[in-house]
Design a protein around this ligand. Structure first.
Ligand code: AMP
Ligand code: MG
Length: 352
């Protein structure tokens, strides 16, 4: 699978991107990171500029995927699986991006009252195994017993995570502890990759990584000044059905939902986002979409907002200067004022 798949190169005149001239629209996508497809669209002055940018984003996301991976080890690298394997034994030296991500988690553990917790690994692993069993054989849709969940929860000890930025080490103090950074790794990696990649000759871009979108600048087609981002209709029967469309620029748009990663037992849906207080999948919403400045933080916020009851969820979003759209399990939609302003259907926004 080459990274140069999916070219789309209409030549267009643009205004407002660099003050005159021509820009071409390019797009590509790649697989194999964070269990999803990553799509990149950009307006650039030529193919080389786009290629340089897209290759750099891909290379960086692959590195970060390996660093945050809890299922595989890689030659010559300590990653989060190494940290998990050394739980109760010794601190593990890791690259500073892992220290930074876990530090960000710690900050948000406090801000969300523990709703997002990187040490929930043992509990998430139980649900992961039941989901996998269902995927390999849908007649195996079962729910873990309370005892099993209780035993896993005993190993989820946030205070047992030691982050030492000086030594650049992570240590899980008790045997059986396990990190899981699935709630933020994708958004965080996409953000770092976008920030660090050379934008020479790239006027604007949109990176989409499985529910995490970074929209930078505006499309250079002279007709629109905003990127259009669809909010998927949960459990829509055909792909491409949107609950609404957002018109955005310079913004991270991150969605957490129960309609893609889930399984079914006795006719009931069990999603992959787990409420630590009940140890069960959160089920008040089908999706929560965050609009924020940074994709790493917005990713943490989307998972937390998906777990918390609505008034608390809304307070968390607003107190942290973000906007959000909640699609409740009964289909009701709520949105913050800032979100309504960029919504096509519920807010009447346009791409102009
Ligand atoms: P997202 O799609 O960004 O909401 O992330 C969902 C992923 O985050 C799950 O697949 C788990 O790996 C992880 N996760 C689920 N529940 C929690 C939680 N309460 N705290 C931290 N991580 C979680
Ligand atoms: Mg998230």
């Amino acid at each position: 699978m080459g990274w140069l798949t999916g070219w789309l190169v209409p030549l267009v005149l643009f205004t407002g991107c660099t003050g005159g001239g021509t820009a071409e629209k390019y797009s590509t996508h790649f697989y194999g990171v964070f269990d999803t497809v990553v799509e990149i669209q950009a307006y650039a002055e030529n193919q080389e500029s786009f290629q340089r940018f897209a290759e750099s984003v891909e290379t960086r996301m692959r590195e970060l995927h390996q660093l945050f991976d809890i299922y595989h080890t890689y030659d010559g690298m300590n990653n989060l699986k190494t940290v998990n394997d050394q739980a109760g034994k010794k601190p593990v030296q890791v690259a500073e991006e892992a220290i930074d991500l876990l530090s960000l988690y710690s900050e948000w553990y406090t801000k969300t009252g523990g709703a997002v917790d990187p040490t929930l690994g043992p509990l998430l692993a139980v649900w992961h195994d039941y989901r996998e069993a269902y995927q390999s054989d849908p007649s195996q849709g079962r729910v873990p017993s309370e005892e099993e969940l209780e035993a896993a929860a005993q190993l989820c000890v946030f205070s047992g995570l030691e982050i030492d930025p000086e030594a650049s080490t992570l240590y899980l103090k008790h045997p059986g502890m396990r990190l899981d950074v699935g709630a933020a790794a994708k958004g965080y990696a996409a953000q770092l990759a976008a920030e660090e990649s050379s934008k020479e000759g790239v006027f604007s871009y949109l990176i989409s990584a499985g529910g995490n979108i970074i929209a930078s600048g505006a499309p250079c087609d002279g007709r629109r000044s905003k990127w259009a981002v669809g909010i998927q209709q949960p459990f829509a029967e055909t792909a491409g059905q949107y609950a609404d469309v957002l018109y955005v620029t310079d913004c991270a748009v991150v969605t957490s939902g129960d309609y893609q990663r889930y399984y079914v037992a006795d006719g009931k849906i069990y999603g992959h986002i787990i409420d630590p207080t009940t140890r069960m999948p959160a089920e008040e919403y089908h999706s929560v979409t965050i609009l924020g400045e940074y994709s790493g933080i917005s990713d943490l916020l989307s998972t937390a907002a998906f777990i918390l009851p609505y008034p608390e969820s809304r307070r968390l979003v607003e107190e942290n200067g973000a906007d959000a759209i909640w699609i409740f399990s009964d289909g009701r939609i709520e949105a913050t004022e800032g979100a309504v302003q960029v919504m096509r259907d519920l807010g009447g926004a346009t791409a102009e």
